[in-house]
Structures are given as structure tokens and as C-alpha cells.
Design a protein around this ligand. Structure first.
Ligand SMILES: [Ca+2]
Ligand SMILES: [Ca+2]
Ligand SMILES: [Ca+2]
Length: 243
């Protein structure tokens, strides 16, 4: 991963590792993101949780290029979306976003959709300086170009196809922020101060094309596993996670 904004002082400030798996039997993309972060900051920015400690996932299910932030706006109307996993009490459920919702007359802060259990199952645990984010997601088309935001359809993932996907982690800490000051001056987005010091990501998901890595879906044919005959089962066994 690389820093799109700011940086980290050392591995105690921020360290990230993640595992990604595809489960064909229930058509899900699964991931676990482990973060070591020296200072947990949540609920400072209730309308912009990405300014707190937070994990963002960007999907481009048909790997058509671009993403939920692509411009101009006509290119926004594609099956791409962002998922936001946050420890914020303000948004205890998963947030989803696609910038093209503006094409349907929705205000910026109404863009956030809170789904619970329909397209994604997610959890997060904070133990001291260790943060764990985990999700299992069906990829969906949030913006059927013909039908608008209410015409969602599932994407059925198949072996040896690729999706576009990027995972990033935001780190808010006390001290000098990404703007180079102490964050004492708030804004509409950050009324309690600006604590954002870094965003580390698999790729620049804000680019119009080529911004997200290709994720190649491959089954583990003929491989004996101790737990499950899936890549996700193997990965969970490998990291011995009980999340
Ligand atoms: Ca820091
Ligand atoms: Ca930190
Ligand atoms: Ca932090």
C-alpha cells in the first residue's frame, strides 16, 4: 500500500495487513484488514467518518475502469461504489457511496446509504492499538443507468474473471495533520478539528481509469485444505483468525 495523503512515522504509528478471498458458493468477496494504529480517533467527524480512523473499500465490479468518484459526471454512472467501515457510533452500519447519485438530485450528505445485511455483512473490533475490519460482500450495481438508484442488481462473479477493487485505511491521530497544522481549526466537515494524518491505499481509486487494481478470481482446484475448500477459508486458517 502507498500513501495518497500524508504519511506514517513508523510501524507503531500505522501498520496494515490484509487478506482477500473469493467465495463462489455464495458469490461474495471477503476481506479482513488488520491495522495497528497508536491512537484511535472516532466520532470527531460524524458526517465524514473517513476523516477519522476508518477503512474504505472501492469496488468496480465489471472492471470497466473508473470508480465512484470518476469525472465527468456522465462517467460516474457506472457500477462502482465505495464502502466505508467505521468505528464511529454515528454510523454503526456500513456506509456506501456513488458520486453519480447527484445525477438523481440527491444532496451530498444524503449519498450515504446504510445497508444492513442485504449486500454486505461487516464487523470490526478494536483491542488496544489493534483494529480489525472484516466484510463479506455481494457486489451490486448501485446505479442502473436505465433504472436509477432503485434498480440495483447483483453481479455474479465467475472464475478467471477480474474485478476492480481497492482497500484503503485512514489514520487520524493527535498532532500535526495532513494540512501541516495542529487541526485546532474546524470546518463544516470536521467541526471538532482536523486530525487526518494519512490515507494509505492499494491504489489511487480517485483516478478516472486504471485507478483500481485488477483482482483475478481463481478457485483452488485440487487443493486439500484443513477447513474449507475456499481461498477465504485457507486465508482465515493461515492467520488463525477467530473474527
Ligand atoms: Ca500518525
Ligand atoms: Ca496512527
Ligand atoms: Ca489513528
Amino acid at each position: 500500500m502507498s500513501a495518497l495523503t500524508g504519511g506514517a512515522d513508523d510501524a507503531d504509528d500505522l501498520f496494515i495487513d490484509l487478506v482477500i478471498g473469493w467465495q463462489p458458493s455464495n458469490n461474495t468477496i471477503n476481506a479482513m484488514i488488520h491495522v495497528h494504529d497508536d491512537a484511535l480517533i472516532v466520532d470527531k467527524n460524524p458526517t465524514c467518518t473517513f476523516r477519522d480512523d476508518n477503512c474504505e473499500v472501492h469496488f468496480d465490479p465489471d472492471n470497466g475502469g473508473g470508480g465512484p468518484y470518476s469525472a465527468p459526471s456522465d462517467l460516474d454512472q457506472q457500477p462502482a461504489y465505495q464502502m466505508c467501515l467505521s468505528f464511529s457510533e454515528q454510523f454503526p452500519r456500513v456506509q456506501m457511496y456513488n458520486g453519480a447519485l447527484s445525477e438523481f438530485g440527491q444532496d451530498a450528505l444524503d449519498f450515504w446509504w446504510t445497508h444492513s445485511g442485504d449486500f454486505v455483512t461487516a464487523g470490526h473490533v478494536n483491542t488496544g492499538s489493534e483494529y480489525y475490519y472484516e466484510f463479506s460482500a455481494n457486489l451490486f450495481d448501485p446505479l442502473s443507468i436505465g433504472g436509477g438508484p432503485d434498480a440495483s442488481t447483483d453481479w455474479i462473479l465467475t472464475a478467471e474473471s477480474t474485478i476492480g477493487m481497492s482497500i484503503s485505511v485512514d489514520d487520524a491521530d493527535p498532532g500535526i495533520n495532513a494540512n501541516g497544522d495542529e487541526g485546532s481549526v474546524g470546518s463544516d466537515c470536521c467541526p471538532d478539528g482536523f486530525f487526518w494524518q494519512a490515507q494509505f491505499s492499494m491504489a489511487d481509486q480517485f483516478m478516472n481509469t486504471g485507478g483500481m487494481p485488477d483482482i483475478f478470481l481463481t478457485p483452488l482446484d485440487g487443493t486439500d485444505t484443513a477447513v474449507e475448500a475456499t481461498s477465504w477459508g485457507q486465508l482465515k486458517t493461515m492467520v488463525q483468525s477467530d473474527l
